[in-house]
Design a binder for this molecule. Sequence first.
Ligand code: SAM
Length: 241
Amino acid sequence: MRIDVVSIFPEFFSVLDVSLLGKARQSELVNVHVHDLREWAAVKTDGTPDAHRTVDDAPFGGGAGMVMKADVWGRALDDVLQRGGVLVIPSPAGIPFTQALAADLAEAEQIAFACGRYEGIDARVAEHYEAKGFRVLEVSLGDYVLNGGEVAAAAMIEAITRLIPGFMGNAQSIVEESHADGLLEYPSYTRPASWRGLDVPEVLLSGHHGNIERWRREQQVRLTRQRRPDLMADHDGDVAQ
Ligand code: SAM
């Protein structure tokens, strides 16, 4: 998979060099290219040089803050988006980022992330690339507002790339985890069996695989019902109450 990220803070993405993603990049399972949006801001809209490499302007209709310019983003994305690529624009007003969307995007050949700042990117950018036939997704990391799209893009890149076959050392670890089957994961423990007066649930020490599996499923349901009742709607019919 190829991932392109365009941002006015390309240095932020040094986080993508560490851990499993760093290894996947070295082995070329994932190719990540980070670009500085200002590289495409050397000229003004009228074609004259822009020494300040401006990427934003005041919003039409008034209001607080600045909006990122369509012409600068258009030049950048014309260069970066490849045929068949998916354009992801992080936005608190986007569709929710979920495990299902991560799995869907893990099959893309290229994803380009357009990281907004200020009040976001001129809305015509998404409209333009959609009209040109690209899959364009405005995606929210959650119901809160960040300062920029960088944190959201990094989180999405991590969630997507770990689903690419060959990324994880143990493929089973992505099958048995929260959201894989719509429920949260059961609690996990390791040695010592007793710590500060707290004992590991007896069943986990029993070696009885059937009982362990049953206990884990009950814990998944208990935790999901307690913490995420919104997820239970899909499961109420098929799991133990
Ligand atoms: N004016 C925008 C609104 O109210 O919807 C918020 C702009 S926010 C300050 C600046 C940028 O941060 C956004 O363009 C987006 O790239 C990113 N961002 C903020 N919150 C986000 C979230 N929950 N999910 C994804 N991206 C987010």
